[in-house]
Design a protein around this ligand. Structure first.
Ligand SMILES: *Cc1c(COP(=O)(O)O)cnc(C)c1O
Length: 423
């Protein structure tokens, strides 16, 4: 099926007389007739549900839809995008291991890798994703076990050269993990460019209505763990907590996701709730329509801002002349996303006047939902930094992050225009 059809119909096919709409299985537990049947589930010898922390029919259907959209072989939902990143990395990295990560990734991701996972003994090197292959190569070490980047970085807007990163990762015996949150599988499927694992914060465009926090990890099934047996013992040697099964052997291409569910979700517990999975699925049913509209509106808004006398600069990979325009043409030919950044004239003061004058467009700590919204990092997410530190962090004092929604673009432009007059 084509992506639009998967959005609408994927993941759940009712049997005769069953609910047409994906049911919310709001039950923590599941009943069995015999003790033996339940025992097999605990041995991972049979498939079935026994406890919602490990698996739930509503969550499974939504994971399958996202898996099919990405063209993967297996997927699991998580409680948030952060949990998806945590699982994707710690499923294959342990104390002593190292991760190479693009420096412009989401702030939560770089905190997780550089602060929290560092305390757990996993080290990380943040790299400039625009360096040449030769330069990037120097950051790899024998203990490097994963490479991480974002298709479109939040909030920097940089587009990742996925093929370049996949080549580098594979040359060093590592899988490439790509956070595909901003592009969504509608605009880019990283597996087709060599990425091995994809993560999502479904909280953003997939939900699309700012209702449910959630995440997802999808595996392409392409990384051959057994070919790197000594580097990934978690997948290639017996798991004593499951009677000695070897994930990459027993589950083949699905071993990586099976291990996340059987070990990480079991022990750390960041599972998705069936209710949130249901809400995410309602969002997914219109993802293809909304992404097209987000991109169309953002493209018009970017052009408008670019030509505005009160605007100093605009960054949007869909704009001709943008630093990432060529990469966007290659990886995101159907559209980039709805998020762009720009600087009104007048520095920090100008940006504050602008945001305070907005009427329809709201100031919120969120991006990528149906309603157009803004954030002024210097006054909000990065307000603890002084002017000098802001520049060092790549967040100019006047930077406005604008998440263009799916309203009528004329109304978005009208609100921007009247607010820019205050600058
Ligand atoms: C929001 C976001 C995350 C974190 O997701 P949560 O659902 O908020 O935990 C990770 N990556 C990207 C690119 C994001 O935008």
């Amino acid at each position: 099926m084509k992506k639009s059809t998967i959005c609408v119909q994927g993941g759940y096919t009712p049997g005769n007389g069953e609910a047409r709409v994906l049911p919310i299985t709001q039950s923590t537990t599941f009943k069995y007739d015999t003790s033996e049947e339940m025992g097999k589930l605990f041995d991972l010898e049979a498939e079935g549900y026994f406890y919602t922390r490990l698996a739930n029919p509503t969550c499974d259907a939504v994971a399958k839809k996202i898996c099919d959209l990405e063209g993967g072989v297996a997927a699991t939902l998580t409680s948030s995008g952060q949990a998806a990143t945590l699982y994707a990395v710690t499923n294959i990295c342990e104390a002593g291991d190292h991760v190479v990560c693009a420096a412009k990734v989401y702030g939560g991701t770089s905190n997780l890798l550089n602060v929290t996972l560092k305390r757990f003994g996993i080290s990380c090197t943040l790299v400039d994703q625009d360096l040449s292959e030769e330069e990037l190569e120097t950051y790899f070490r024998p203990e490097t076990k994963a490479v991480f980047g974002e298709t479109i970085a939040n909030p920097a807007g940089s587009v990742l050269d996925i093929e370049k990163f996949a080549r580098l990762a594979h040359k060093h015996g590592c899988p490439l993990i790509v956070d595909n949150t901003f592009a969504t599988p509608i605009n880019c499927t990283p597996f087709t460019f060599g990425a091995d694992i994809v993560t999502h914060s479904t909280t953003k465009y997939m939900d699309g209505h700012a209702m449910a926090v959630g995440g997802c990890v999808v595996d392409s099934g392409n990384f051959d763990w057994m070919a790197h047996e000594d580097r990934y013992p978690g997948l290639t040697t017996p798991d004593e907590s499951y009677h000695g099964i070897v994930y990459a052997e027993k589950f083949g291409k699905c071993g990586y996701i099976q291990k996340i569910v059987a070990q990480l979700t079991r022990d750390m517990g960041a599972c998705q709730s069936p209710m949130n999975a249901f809400l995410t699925n309602v969002g997914l049913e219109t993802l293809h329509l909304r992404m097209a509209r987000h991109c169309e509106n953002a493209q018009k808004v970017a052009h408008y801002l670019k030509n505005h006398e009160k605007v100093a600069w605009v960054e949007y990979a869909g704009l001709e002349g943008d630093k990432y325009y060529d990469l966007a043409r290659k990886y995101l030919p159907n559209g980039v996303c709805g998020v762009l950044s720009f600087g009104p004239k007048g520095g920090r003061e100008g940006a504050m006047r602008f945001t305070n004058a907005l009427k329809m467009i709201a100031i919120v700590t969120h991006v990528a939902d149906a309603r157009t919204c803004v954030l002024h990092p210097a006054s909000h997410t990065h307000r603890q930094l002084n002017e000098q530190q802001l520049v060092e962090a790549g967040v100019l004092p006047e930077l406005i992050r604008l998440s263009v929604g799916i309203e009528d673009v004329e109304d978005i432009l009208a609100d921007l225009e009247q607010a820019l007059q205050a600058v």
